[in-house]
Design a protein around this ligand. Structure first.
Ligand code: BG6
Length: 479
């Protein structure tokens, strides 16, 4: 529990994010008694609402999207929620907001700004905050949370970073990637470094390949306007998949401090070899072009798979396969670390058809857990073997504990000033370095890894299987 009185201002407070994610997360933190007394939550938007209207909207949001709702808790929290009508473009509205904040919470020290706004507004809102004297940390902390996309390529990401840094120093900036807030992603560091027996084999001598899958069953839905300009590499790879890749491949950080962790992530992403265009696959699900706000001849990929190599001591020569897509057969995110086969000398005379390689699956969602696949002798046979699982399931190991939504932890960390689970500017730039050439290569020629239309409810393009088969590998069903 933090003890500093603070204010959270949500810019763009009338949007979807506030009701679906931010308010349920704040509510649950309050319910768990993790927010300080004296907190103020202030929504800033253009709608003509009063405090009561805003509170009513948020209440409905928590009821619909939160894990549990109690009237008594809500009634305790509601008086600290306020609404301020303002225009993101109007300098005077920021000055008026500051005056309003001074009245609401005289003497409050910390202020966290959540920019739940369209990407084009991030720079201007930061500039307005600075001009209104709201960015300087003269009376307590001033922090800003920014949502992705952080630019559309390296150049625009750098420009955005410069704009943000005009107003805020890097230690004040929290770039949110909700994958880092997922319990199972946080656990990767624990799995690797709080145990003795995984780390010694976590390298090129024992690992044969690593697979990261983020498969979604949902399609683009009503987000066609945004998605058609973004595509899967900007929407999922540049951020979520690159972060998972860094967590699974980085060296042990010296501590859990934000910079200790982020230095290691930056170091490892900086050693990824430029990805060969021949090692990329792109796909689009059948029917995507008839989705709302999508161009009828759209070439935007809704699926991608890539093979990459990390040129460092630990991983040299070991392929990492990453894939993500929409409208796939299942919602399933997993990291699979596949191990080298054992020497083939003892069992080959007994007619074994070859063993399934040992692999460790880290199930990110939805069946959160960890599984180790290994060979065992089938009882009552001479020498028949079969692969079986050793499993850890969150739901069985921690009965009664509801896994918190990622935003719960991330908001709390931002309030405490702990940026370990947030991306740093160099992190973002490294990720664009890797994605940009693929996006450009695909845009420049339809012959480079041609767009394959895949059926809805499938595992995506066939070319993605061929990508692994080339290296003698196959996608493993992680969870
Ligand atoms: C978002 C993407 O960042 O992550 C969406 O913009 C995607 O397109 C979502 O659906 C996936 O998040 P989760 O938590 O449902 O896996």
């Amino acid at each position: 529990k933090t003890n500093t009185p603070f204010t959270i201002v949500i810019f763009g407070a009338s949007g979807d994010l506030t009701v679906r994610k931010l308010m349920p997360a704040l509510y649950h933190n309050f319910q768990k008694n993790r927010l300080p007394a004296g907190l103020r939550i202030v929504g800033f938007a253009r709608r003509d609402w009063r405090d009561e209207d805003f509170r009513e909207e948020l209440k409905k949001g928590v009821q619909a999207h939160g894990a549990s709702f109690e009237d008594a808790i809500w009634n305790e929290l509601a008086p600290s929620i306020h609404y301020f009508r303002g225009d993101l473009d109007a300098a005077k509205d920021y000055r008026a907001l500051q005056a309003h904040l001074d009245c609401l919470a005289p003497g409050a020290t910390g202020c966290l700004y959540y920019l739940a706004v369209a990407p084009d507004f991030i720079g201007p809102v930061c500039a307005h905050l600075k001009a209104a004297g709201m960015a300087a940390e003269t009376h307590g902390f001033r922090r800003v949370i920014i949502e992705k996309p952080f630019g559309r390529d390296l150049t625009s990401a750098r420009a955005l970073n410069r704009e943000v840094h005009e107003a805020f120093a890097e230690h004040q900036v929290f770039r949110i990637d909700h994958y880092l807030g997922k319990e199972t992603a946080q656990n990767i560091i624990f799995l690797r470094f709080a145990n003795t027996f995984f780390e010694p084999v976590w390298n090129r001598r024992y690992v044969s390949n690593v697979q990261i899958t983020v498969a979604e069953q949902v399609d683009v839905g009503r987000r066609g306007g945004y998605y058609d300009k973004a595509g899967v590499l900007r929407d999922m790879f540049q951020n979520h998949l690159m972060q998972l890749l860094a967590l699974v491949s980085m060296e042990p950080p010296a501590s859990l401090d934000a910079d200790a962790i982020r230095n290691e992530k930056v170091k490892v992403l900086g050693t990824v070899r430029p990805i060969s265009m021949a090692d990329t696959v792109r796909g689009q699900y059948e029917g995507y072009r008839s989705a709302k706000d999508v161009a009828p001849d759209s070439q935007t990929p809704t699926y991608a798979a890539v093979k990459l190599f990390i040129d460092n001591w630990r991983w040299q020569g070991i392929p990492f396969y990453l894939r993500s897509g929409k409208a796939m057969i299942a919602k399933s995110s997993a990291i699979v670390v596949e191990f080298q086969p054992p020497p083939d000398v003892i069992f080959n005379l007994h007619g074994n058809q070859g063993f399934t390689p040992n692999f460790l699956s880290i199930c990110i969602q939805p069946d959160e857990g960890i599984q180790l696949r290994f060979e065992t002798k089938v009882p009552d046979t001479v020498a028949e073997s079969r692969s079986v699982n050793m499993s850890h399931s969150y739901h069985e190991a921690f009965p009664g504990i509801v896994l918190p939504d990622a935003y719960e932890r991330l908001l709390l960390d931002a309030l405490k000033g702990d940026a370990a689970l947030f991306a740093r500017n160099d992190d973002i730039e490294n990720a664009w370095h890797l994605m940009d050439p693929i996006i450009q290569g695909w845009d420049a020629s339809s012959r480079v890894s041609p767009l394959e239309i895949y059926p809805r409810g499938s595992w995506g393009p066939k070319a993605a299987d061929a990508l692994l088969a080339k290296g003698g590998h196959a996608w493993r069903m992680g969870c």
